[in-house]
Design a binder for this molecule. Structure first.
Ligand code: HEC
Length: 109
């Protein structure tokens, strides 16, 4: 401690170290494919995290998107009305869906 104090006496500039200029934190806006339900999905899925967080998952089945949307509502209290679930899931599946037919005939609970 004493040493640090002595060194800081020798080089007082260290005590006033500042970053020159303005610091800008980049806002990374993830482009969303245009399609039916894009506005609704943008409003509902970008509230808490960026859309990058969503499409990070890669192309997925309808069941997967439904499960994630329901998880956001139940686990994280996402304010998404029941009637909007289908719009969001359809948008996600139509634009970021896999061709996994196996899981695609899922009804909104
Ligand atoms: C109320 C806030 C909120 C909203 C709105 C929201 N999410 Fe999330 N989401 C979270 C949180 C919190 C996490 C977990 C973050 C973590 O674990 O690092 C998350 C994580 C995710 C993940 C990562 C995988 C996983 O299972 O955790 C996906 C995919 C996802 N959200 C999709 C969506 C979709 C699709 C929507 C729109 C229907 C949406 N989110 C809306 C809060 C939200």
């Amino acid at each position: 401690m004493k040493k640090i104090f002595l060194v800081s006496l020798l080089f007082p500039i260290f005590l006033f170290a500042q970053v020159e200029g303005e610091i800008k934190v980049p806002y990374v806006d993830f482009p969303m494919k245009d399609g039916k339900g894009v506005y609704s999905t943008r409003g509902k899925c970008n509230m808490c995290h960026s859309f990058g967080y969503v499409i990070n998952q890669g192309k997925q089945s309808r069941a997967f998107w439904l499960e994630k949307t329901v998880k956001m509502i139940k686990t994280f209290n996402a304010p998404i009305a029941e009637a909007d679930i289908e719009v969001v899931v359809n948008y996600l599946y139509e634009n970021y869906g896999s061709n996994d037919e196996h899981n695609n005939s899922v009804e909104v609970p």
